[in-house]
Ligand binder design. Structure first.
Ligand code: EPU
Length: 351
């Protein structure tokens, strides 16, 4: 177990925001995690768990302990002739796992290539891209109950997965830490091509879908992401800052009457709109406020143009949110988790 006090978090959030925490603990075994949790219970001080910090906005310092997993083992179990269960430690970098599975001929995760973050956070956040969500391949999630230190394995059906949601995000559920995730993958490659923009790209590249391999699909996804999204080494960001809003049929009909070209997708609980399109149409794509900006190639992404603080990012986010509300009557909710903002902040999504 590695422990630091008064520790800088600038390299632990992909936005590159300056913040410090009182203590930072990195554990490399479940026993070490349980020891750290028991110490935190005894101290009764605040704590939070982070992954790569690719979905976090530190608005100020964190006056508590931050836990980080260095659990990096991978196990494989064959199930019948076509399926494998791959159990990956929560601290593995997500895209390293995707690459690892594809190298071995275990298919399923290719559409989720290059998403920043770690395996544990992928299961908490139910990461998704190009028509696929992580939950589709999750068999079970291994956890430790923070209140008792007891381990428990939750089958996927108990994880309450929905769009960017899981039981691990629910404030009234027991606080659990994900230690490993088991994915059910296949040895037969079946491309997931539900996402229209992905099919369009494959057609534009002159590729015959029947000849598509998993490696080709991964390369295409990587290329699309690199074209649209900022390079994390060059430009701080937390990926999509807002979630795509879901509206009811009547709200959608009114919006479509006013904006016939509004992108929309069916969702289990209504009609999903594109927050990026709304922000773009509200005139914010490529604009900035001080050192925080809206990315010019994808308006859903807010970026650190250099030296931004969490307050700069939130000031911009609130201005965007206000204009989208004024123009379309829709309140955008952040996908990014805001740590330490003032209670009267207009955004909804705080912890
Ligand atoms: N659009 C615009 N202007 C913009 C951005 C988007 O008009 O500035 C339009 C696009 O032309 C398209 C639609 O909005 O018609 C959707 O855009 P896109 O395909 O880029 O997807 P998205 O809904 O904006 C979501 C995820 C991304 C994921 C992509 C691809 C959320 C919050 N975001 O974005 O996830 O990569 O789909 O599947 O669901 C992330 O979570 O960090 C992330 C990047």
């Amino acid at each position: 177990m590695t422990e630091y006090t008064d520790y800088s978090l600038i390299h632990h959030n992909t936005f590159g925001l300056p913040a410090r925490c009182h203590r930072f603990i990195e554990y490399s075994g479940v026993d070490e995690l349980c020891e750290a949790l028991s110490q935190l219970r005894a101290e009764r001080t605040p704590w939070m768990h982070i992954g790569r910090g690719s979905n976090l906005v530190f608005v100020g310092d964190y006056e508590g302990t931050i836990l980080h997993s260095a659990l990096t083992g991978i196990d494989v179990e064959a199930v019948g002739s076509d399926e494998v269960l791959v159990t990956a430690g929560a601290g593995i970098v997500w895209d390293d796992l995707v690459a690892w599975t594809l190298q071995r001929g275990y298919y399923g995760l290719e559409n989720l290539s290059l998403i920043p973050g770690e395996v544990g956070a992928a299961a908490v956040q139910n990461i998704g891209a190009y028509g696929v969500e992580a939950a589709r391949f999750i068999d079970s999630v291994q956890t430790v109950d923070a209140a008792t230190g007891h381990p428990a394995t939750l089958p996927c059906s108990e994880c309450r997965y929905a769009y960017r949601h899981s039981v691990f995000k629910e404030a009234d559920a027991p606080r659990r830490i994900v230690t490993a995730v088991t994915f059910r993958l296949r040895r037969t490659f079946t491309p997931h091509l539900d996402y229209a923009a992905l099919r369009d790209r494959i057609a534009a590249d002159g590729i015959d879908c029947a000849a598509l391999t998993a490696d080709m699909l991964r390369s295409i996804i990587v290329r699309i992401r690199r074209e649209k999204l900022p390079d994390p080494d060059q430009q701080g960001s937390a990926g999509s800052f807002f979630m795509n809003p879901v509206v009811d049929a009547a709200t959608f009909a009114a919006l479509q009457a006013a904006h016939p070209d509004i992108p929309h997708y069916p969702a289990p609980d209504g009609i999903k709109l594109s927050a990026g399109w709304l922000i773009d149409r509200a005139g914010w794509r490529g604009r900035s406020m001080g050192p925080a900006g809206v990315w010019g190639k994808q308006a859903l992404v807010l970026v650190n143009l250099g030296g931004a603080t969490g307050t700069d990012v939130l000031r911009l986010a609130a201005a965007v949110q206000r204009d989208v509300l004024r123009q379309f009557g829709i309140t955008l909710r952040p996908e990014a988790i805001l740590v330490g903002e003032s209670p009267d902040w207009p955004l909804d999504g705080s912890i």
